[in-house]
Design a binder for this molecule. Structure first.
Ligand code: NAD
Length: 480
């Protein structure tokens, strides 16, 4: 008798309870050895005044089982409710989001008959820290944070996943022609790690043309790894063009915890009608079975599900006259999958899972570099021009610091700005340490700020400028 693996299950809102019941029925009939703890999340919890949408006792269950099968929830309208997905992702350190996007031609209508792409999305960093500021009447700012360890974790995960799943190629998407430091780091780490996997082809695309190619010719891709924001957008695009967002499941993986779900929401208009397609959550459940070391159950379910699709037993969302044979509800669909347990698809490619665990070695390179303070960028609120601002800033020079440049929305506007550059009401004013002047410290920066304040300037924020082993750690002004 195999030991049962404890998991936490949440039935969610809208169609959640129906698709979860269908999924659990299939898991049980496939021989899944599970010890299920049930928790409540979502709308009811939010409306009880718990802004995170999850009770502390439910979190206790997650920390106990470390594996979460989650149905979609409804986030109530109005402010004050925190996204449960973002909370669980961050709280449990679920750094990798994995979404297989597969087309099932000729059984499910698609413009892309030969699509089999896995999107591996970094799940915690980038602009998703939600660190935002309003700086002036005009300017609003969002911080994009990318770390070396974050890049190493996700890139290594993508390569390990590709190898374990007999994939041939890993592609990286970034926008490092513009964001040379943040996306540049992601790309650099990709280039550092790729040679450790000589059995896999690797390539990099700039995300804009990469996204266009993915939407047009998805068969050109295999596994694609990318930072959070691009991954968020493109994983939905990929799932939709494969056939339907209703068909895709997703895994959120961390070093200790993992969460499995459908990619779609709670579809409230379809709730309670036995109509919804349980496939997204079911395929999330299949990934869970593989994750917890029951790959044979994962394969059995996946193959029975493929056979059901092939036999034309379809829910309303993928039903097509002439292709489908029978339109069924959620329960009947689940039963059809159960009835085909042990069978394999005849036309579609059958699946054989091999237990795959996230790599436990997170990062290999923690560079210790020589970090030197060489200047400061002071962001100043100013309604006039750069030529009017520059002399005031120069009056505030001192302690070996010299005004080097002023930029506006990233473009250099002083010295020698282009007169037609459109400017707004916050300027970045760069003070650099003069050649030969004494070592700069944070006290130097503070004195500089004091002199600027004495000129009654509106100091929005400042940023220290460092070099690392002599390499500059800040971007130049565009046009500089
Ligand atoms: P949705 O994904 O719930 O629905 C989009 C469309 O797809 C609807 O037409 C719906 O009927 C259809 N659809 C979705 N899943 C289906 C399924 N399994 N079978 C058949 N048809 C399906 O997106 P939405 O309407 O924008 O959001 C509804 C609610 O879900 C919102 O409260 C939103 O916040 C929430 N949501 C939750 C999650 C989550 O919990 N992971 C994700 C996205 C949205």
């Amino acid at each position: 008798m195999a030991t049962k693996t404890p998991i936490t299950v949440a039935h969610g809102d809208g169609i959640g309870p129906e698709i979860m019941a269908a999924t659990l029925h299939i898991l049980k009939e496939a021989g899944a050895e599970l010890d299920i703890e049930e928790i409540e999340i979502g709308e009811k919890v939010y409306l009880r005044g718990i802004s995170a949408g999850i009770e502390p006792s439910a979190i206790d269950s997650l920390t106990r089982t470390k594996v979460f099968l989650k149905a979609p929830i409804t986030t109530p309208q109005g402010g004050g409710f925190k996204s449960l997905n973002v909370t669980t992702r961050k709280m449990l350190g679920l750094y990798a989001n994995i979404r297989p996007c597969v087309s099932y031609h000729p059984f499910v209508d698609t413009k892309h008959p030969v699509m089999d792409v896995v999107i591996v999305r970094e799940n915690e960093e980038d602009t998703y820290g939600g660190i935002e500021y309003r700086q002036s009447d005009e300017v609003h700012q969002c911080l994009k944070l990318i770390t070396r360890s974050g890049c190493e974790r996700i890139v290594r995960y993508a390569f390990e996943y590709a190898r374990a799943n007999n994939r041939k190629k890993v592609t990286c998407f970034t926008k490092d022609n513009i964001m040379k430091l943040t996306d540049g780091l992601f790309h650099k780490v990709f280039d550092e790690i790729a040679p450790q996997y000589p059995d896999l082809v690797n390539e990099h695309w700039i995300v804009d043309i990469g996204a266009a190619k993915l939407a047009d010719t998805p068969e050109a891709f295999d596994v694609i790894v990318m930072p959070n924001l691009y991954g968020d957008i493109l994983s939905d695009v990929a799932a939709q063009i494969a056939g339907s967002v209703g068909l895709a499941g997703s895994a959120n993986i961390g070093m200790k915890y993992a969460m499995f779900e459908a990619i779609h929401g709670s579809a409230p208009r379809r709730a309670g009608q036995n109509m919804a397609n349980p496939t997204g959550l079911l395929l999330g459940g299949v990934m869970m079975m593989n994750h917890i070391g029951q790959p044979e159950v994962a394969s059995r379910i996946h193959n029975a599900w493929l056979k059901t699709l092939e036999d034309g037993i379809h829910t309303y969302d993928i039903f097509k006259e002439g292709v489908s044979k029978e339109k069924v509800g959620t329960k009947e669909f689940a039963q059809a999958v159960v009835d085909r347990m042990g069978q394999k698809p005849a036309t579609l490619k059958s699946v054989e899972y091999k237990n795959f665990k996230a790599p436990t070695q997170i990062y290999t390179t923690v560079p210790g570099s020589v970090k030197e303070l060489v200047g400061i960028d002071v962001f100043v609120g100013w309604k006039g021009t750069a030529n009017e601002l520059a002399p005031i800033l120069q009056l505030a020079e001192g302690d070996g610091l010299k005004l080097d440049m002023i930029s506006n929305r990233g473009t250099k506007v002083w010295p020698d700005g282009f007169p037609d550059t459109l400017t707004t009401d916050v300027y970045r004013c760069r003070f650099l340490k003069k050649m030969g002047s004494k070592t700069m410290t944070h006290a130097t920066s503070v004195s500089q700020m004091g002199r600027l304040a004495a000129q009654a300037l509106d100091i929005v924020k400042f940023e220290s400028l460092y070099t690392f082993d002599g390499q500059i750690g800040y971007s130049l002004g565009q046009g500089q």
